[in-house]
Design a protein around this ligand. Structure first.
Ligand SMILES: [Zn+2]
Length: 324
C-alpha cells in the first residue's frame, strides 16, 4: 500500500489517484469496515469499475459511494479535487481564497467558493464539554467589517464609501488558557444578555473569567464566575489578568480575512470564523505536535452527516446546469 501523504507534494501525487482517495476516506469514515449508510449492513460488495458498493439488502440507494452522507454528497467534483482543496484550507495559515483554489485545482471560481464553504462546514465541530474547568478563560468581542483595500484603486473610493456605510459584524470569542483552545462565533449584538448567555452555555460556573471592562460583563460575579476585568484605558495586563490570548486570535482572524477575502458577507462570516478556529485549535504546539497531514485527517473525520446545499448557502436555487 502506498504511504499516506505528509507534505503538499506527497498529497498532490497521492490524491491524483482516485483509488487512493477512496482508500484514504474509507479508512477514516469506516475504520471497522464499510457500512451501508441506509441500513447499516456491513457486507456490501465493492464494484471496482464504478467505485461504488452494492448493499445486499434490496432497498432504495442500495448502491452507494463514499460521498453519500458527507459534505461531498451529490457533488460531481472528483475526490481528487476535494481532498486537495481540503488540504489547502486546513493548512494555509491565513486561509485560501476561492480564486486560489480555482487556479490550483482547476474548477471555476464559483465552484471553488461553494467547495470551500462545504469544507468549512466539516471543519466546524460542536464542542461537547464546557471550558474553564482547569485554567482561566479569556473572553472578548471584536467587530469585523469589509476591507475596501482589496478592491481596485480606481473603484476604491466609491466602494469604500459604500462599504463603510455597512455595519460591522460582532464576533465573540473565548480562549481557555489551559486547554489552549478557542471558541468564537458571530453574535447578533454585544448586549449584556447576549454575551452573558454565551458565557453561561460555554464556560463552567466557578471558572475564572477574564475580560475587559465592558459593562456587558458586569454581572458575571452574580452568575458564580470568578470574574476579573482589565480596564484598557488604564492597563492591559494585571498579573495574570489580561485578554491578550484572545486578542492574538482576533489579529490572526483579521489578517486572514484581510489577506484572502475582499468582503465577507455577515451571513458567511461565521463559517470563516470557524475555519480560523479550526486551524488555531489544531495548530502544532509542544504538547501536541500536529502536522499538515494530521490537520487534513481530522477534517476528513468530520465530513460525515453534514450537508450544505447551494440554496442554503445563497438563498437562491442554483441555475442549471448544476456545477456542483
Ligand atoms: Zn443497505
Amino acid at each position: 500500500m502506498v504511504k499516506e501523504p505528509k507534505t503538499l507534494q506527497d498529497a498532490i501525487l497521492y490524491f491524483a489517484n482516485a483509488d487512493n482517495c477512496i482508500a484514504y476516506l474509507v479508512d477514516r469514515r469506516w475504520p471497522n469496515g464499510v457500512v451501508c449508510p441506509t441500513c447499516g449492513r456491513m457486507d456490501a460488495a465493492y464494484v471496482p469499475a464504478r467505485r461504488v458498493w452494492q448493499c445486499k439488502t434490496r432497498h432504495p440507494r442500495a448502491q452507494f459511494s463514499i460521498k453519500v452522507g458527507t459534505i461531498f454528497e451529490d457533488s460531481p467534483i472528483s475526490l481528487e479535487k476535494w481532498l486537495l482543496a481540503m488540504w489547502m484550507i486546513a493548512n494555509c495559515k491565513n486561509g485560501v481564497s476561492s480564486w486560489e483554489v480555482h487556479r490550483t485545482i482547476g474548477v471555476t471560481q464559483k465552484t471553488a467558493w461553494f467547495m470551500l464553504h462545504r469544507i468549512r462546514l466539516a471543519m466546524n465541530s460542536e464542542a461537547s464539554h464546557k471550558m474553564g474547568s482547569g485554567g482561566p478563560v479569556e473572553v472578548d468581542e471584536t467587530f469585523v467589517g469589509p476591507n475596501p483595500q482589496k478592491t481596485h484603486r480606481a473603484k476604491r473610493e466609491a466602494r469604500y464609501k459604500a462599504l463603510s456605510a455597512r455595519p460591522k459584524t460582532p464576533v465573540m470569542g473565548m480562549l481557555d488558557r489551559e486547554l489552549r483552545q478557542v471558541r468564537a462565533k458571530v453574535v447578533p449584538n454585544v448586549r449584556r444578555e447576549t454575551l452573558q448567555n454565551e458565557i453561561l452555555s460555554q464556560i463552567e460556573k466557578g471558572s475564572k473569567v477574564y475580560t475587559d471592562s465592558a459593562p456587558a460583563y458586569d454581572l458575571l460575579k452574580a452568575q458564580d464566575y470568578i470574574h476579573e476585568a482589565v480596564n484598557h484605558v488604564e492597563e492591559y495586563v494585571r498579573g495574570n489578568v489580561h485578554t491578550q490570548g484572545i486578542e492574538n486570535f482576533w489579529s490572526l482572524l483579521k489578517r486572514g480575512l484581510r489577506g484572502t477575502y475582499v468582503a465577507v458577507e455577515p451571513f458567511h462570516l461565521d463559517r470563516y470564523v470557524g475555519e480560523q478556529v479550526y486551524r488555531y485549535n489544531n495548530r502544532a504546539t509542544r504538547d501536541n505536535p500536529l502536522n499538515d497531514s494530521d490537520r487534513l485527517a481530522l477534517a476528513v473525520t468530520q465530513i460525515v452527516g453534514k450537508r450544505l446545499t447551494y440554496a442554503e448557502l445563497t438563498g437562491k436555487e442554483l441555475k442549471l446546469p448544476e456545477t456542483l
